[in-house]
Design a binder for this molecule. Structure first.
Ligand code: FAD
Ligand code: DHB
Length: 392
């Protein structure tokens, strides 16, 4: 097989890149190790920055997001038993976010690609990237037991944190920057109307909790748990009890309902530099991970591939590789902004196992300042909705 761009991974990054390239008339083949049903059902992110939502709209894949997504113009920070609203609309000149599940975006992108007759090869295995340092790289893999090879001009490594693309780059090329956190998030989906119109980020002495949602009838909730926690130790009743304790605030009450999904996600900060080597370009979680507290991971993945699509378009149109050469630098400024914001939100809102009473007082002091000072809450707001650099 031959194509212009081989895309490894059918998550938000790989599928959005395939979509953007097809709008520019550039051919690609997407390969994915999982089944279509698996990637379409995998519950993960839920918050889209305004810029991400605008890009989906502008490229003709935003209709379902606009009809089913929930537009929010603020979030609540809850600590000391009280709520404090961060008003994105007032603080960022009317900007906001859309709550719309990542798997819905994945479904929308798969549908538009398959309806146009463009290929996604699911359930591939033994994926290997070859000759990435040359102008003629290739990707080999097994499909239904048969050996296949895609010859191409460029490879997009969109295969997430555990994929093969990053490890295909020779030793010594990449520098990794990393931080592990001594806790994880236990996340649930429940069939119950959200108990708040807006997301509630809650700091509590027993640990962080987050109330989010997917629709007027489905709630998404998270609890900070120890890093090595096992989901089997959390029967539904224990989850609700802990959520009730942490989220309690005056007369407000948290409605409970049947839990339809639950899982535990590790928390990590990670970046590799550069995000490219030869004709291999890493995008999304393959190149960087943020802890989920700032809701940035999928937004960064989509921004990376938007930059990559522009660079590949210039290259295929005129042979000009200038933008391709600048790909990593162009992405990393935004990546590091999101790294710092996500680390800051995580540090402010979680209980660290080794922290003492002094540390807890510092966190409360930071929270009180963040909700009281217009400068401090503007900083949170402009980062949460997606910081746009004033200088190019
Ligand atoms: P992935 O979604 O990981 O996709 C990679 C794909 O590659 C997968 O389908 C995988 O099966 C496939 N693959 C792997 N190896 C191979 C291989 N060898 N060959 C072929 N295919 C392969 N982000 C936000 O922006 N907002 C949020 O609110 C938010 N909340 C989150 C909450 C949780 C609990 C978690 C866990 C994450 C959250 N994120 C959030 C992060 C977000 O989900 C990720 O950043 C996003 O999925 C990254 O997209 P991606 O396409 O780069 O990678
Ligand atoms: C959701 C996930 C996040 O990581 C976050 O910060 C906010 C909301 C969610 O899944 O809805």
């Amino acid at each position: 097989m031959r194509t212009q761009v081989a895309i490894v991974g059918a998550g938000p990054a790989g599928l959005m890149l395939a979509h953007l390239l097809s709008l520019e008339g550039i051919e690609s083949i997407v390969i994915e190790s999982r089944t279509r049903a698996y990637v379409e059902q995998r519950v993960r992110a839920g918050v889209l920055e305004q810029g991400t939502a605008d890009l989906l709209d502008a490229t003709g894949v935003g209709a379902r997001m606009r009809s089913q997504g929930l537009v929010h113009h603020g979030i609540r920070l809850r600590f000391g038993g009280g709520d404090h609203r961060i008003d994105f609309g007032a603080l960022t000149g009317g900007r906001g976010i859309i709550v719309y599940g990542q798997q819905e975006i994945v479904q929308d992108l798969i549908a538009i690609r398959l309806s146009a007759g463009h290929p996604i090869l699911f359930e591939v295995s033994d994926v290997r990237l070859r000759d990435i340092e040359t102008p003629h790289p290739s990707v080999s893999f097994l499909l239904d037991g048969a050996a296949m090879t895609i010859e191409c001009d460029a490879i997009a490594g969109c295969d997430g944190f555990h994929g093969v693309s990053r490890d295909s780059i020779p030793d010594g090329v990449l520098t990794a920057y990393e931080r592990e956190y001594p806790f994880a998030w236990l996340g649930i989906l429940a069939s119950v109307a959200p108990s708040s119109e807006e997301l509630i980020y809650c700091y509590h002495e027993r640990g962080f909790a987050l109330l989010s949602m997917r629709s007027p009838t489905v709630s998404r909730l998270y609890l900070q748990v120890p890093a090595d926690e096992r989901i089997g130790d959390w029967p539904d009743a224990r989850i609700w009890e802990e959520l009730q304790t942490r989220l309690a605030a005056g007369a407000w009450s948290l409605a409970e309902g049947p839990i339809i999904e639950k899982g535990i996600s590790a928390m990590r900060s990670f970046v590799v530099e550069p995000m490219q080597f030869g004709r291999l370009f890493l995008s999304g979680d393959a190149a960087h991970i943020v802890p989920p507290t700032g809701a940035k991971g999928m937004n960064l993945a989509i921004r990376d591939v938007s930059i990559l699509s522009d660079a590949l378009t210039a290259f295929f149109r005129s042979g000009d590789a200038t933008l391709l050469g600048a790909y990593s630098t162009s992405c990393l400024r935004r990546v590091w902004r999101a790294q710092q914001f996500s680390w800051w939100m995580t540090s402010m809102l979680h209980r660290f196992p080794d922290s003492d009473a002094y540390q807890a007082r510092l966190q409360l002091a930071q929270l009180a300042y963040t909700v009281d000072s217009r400068v401090a809450c503007t900083s949170l707001a402009e980062n949460y909705v997606g910081y746009e650099w004033a200088t190019s």
